[in-house]
Write a protein that binds this ligand. Structure first.
Ligand code: FES
Length: 110
């Protein structure tokens, strides 16, 4: 008789890493912070709390190596990537947790 193994629940249901890397002005790759990611991260934190998203965590991240596509973030455990440029974009990405869609903001996973 075999025992069924199931994966343990994820500690965070919504764990976003927002790139807040900042490079000097004029750098060839640019940087997400120079494009406003820090304010968008702060906005996402506020909205996740206001919406009562269970076990949400919004973290700052260093460079995620997709600089030219930024400001960017990745959400785990889903592994979904997004480009966010406005608070409205943040609203839509957060709403994906509740069945909304932000497919047009998605970045390819590879
Ligand atoms: S600076 Fe944001 S991904 Fe590199």
């Amino acid at each position: 008789m075999s025992e069924q193994l199931s994966a343990p629940p994820h500690f965070f249901e919504f764990h976003a890493f927002v790139c807040c890397n900042r490079r000097p002005d004029g750098h060839a790759r640019g940087s997400c912070a120079a494009k406003g990611s820090e304010k968008l991260r702060d906005y996402m934190k506020v909205r996740a709390k206001e919406l009562g998203i269970a076990r949400a965590r919004i973290n700052s991240a260093g460079c995620l190596d997709r600089c030219e596509l930024g400001p960017c973030l990745v959400i785990y455990p889903q592994g979904d990537w997004y480009r966010i440029t406005t608070p409205a974009d943040v609203e839509r990405v957060v709403a994906t947790q509740f069945g909304g869609t932000a497919d047009d903001l998605r970045l390819p996973n590879a």
